[in-house]
Design a protein around this ligand. Structure first.
Ligand code: ZN
Length: 137
């Protein structure tokens, strides 16, 4: 049960649409290059493939593969009591995102390579955060 406020996010110049779209739609959107179709994450001013500045924020599938994980056993922030996991997911669109896994927080069996899908956690203070769960359970 969350009792502390969600820590404030440190936003870069191009991050606000990501959080606004997640909160409004319950889906993750990423920048998609209008010139070549490459997905950008983290958000930025130009395409990493073709350098075009043009892009649209488009919804992604929300599915991917778990690349790595770790369990934090020390509590750093009041909103995140230990132990908790941190995972790296390669989205099917290509970018890698760091998040948490909700469906098996102990991660007793190595989950590397397992399919995951996005869920949106609504924190007690109204903040929407991207999380993942196993797609095959
Ligand atoms: Zn491009």
């Amino acid at each position: 049960m969350q009792t502390a406020a969600t820590p404030p996010r440190v936003l870069g110049l191009y991050d606000q649409p990501f959080w606004d779209l997640l909160a409004e739609s319950g889906r993750m959107h990423l920048q998609c290059c209008s010139a070549c179709g490459a997905w950008r994450y983290p958000p930025g001013p130009a395409c990493h493939e073709c350098l075009s500045p043009d892009c649209e924020w488009k919804p992604i599938t929300g599915t991917g593969e778990l690349l790595s994980w770790i369990i934090f056993r020390k509590q750093y922030l009041p909103a995140y009591p230990a132990p908790y996991n941190v995972i790296a997911v390669r989205l099917d669109e290509g970018p890698t995102i760091i998040s948490n896994l909700t469906s098996d927080p102990t991660l007793d069996d190595s989950p590397i390579g397992r399919r995951v899908r996005l869920t949106v956690a609504r924190m007690d203070d109204g903040v929407a955060l991207p999380r993942f769960e196993f797609a095959d359970r």
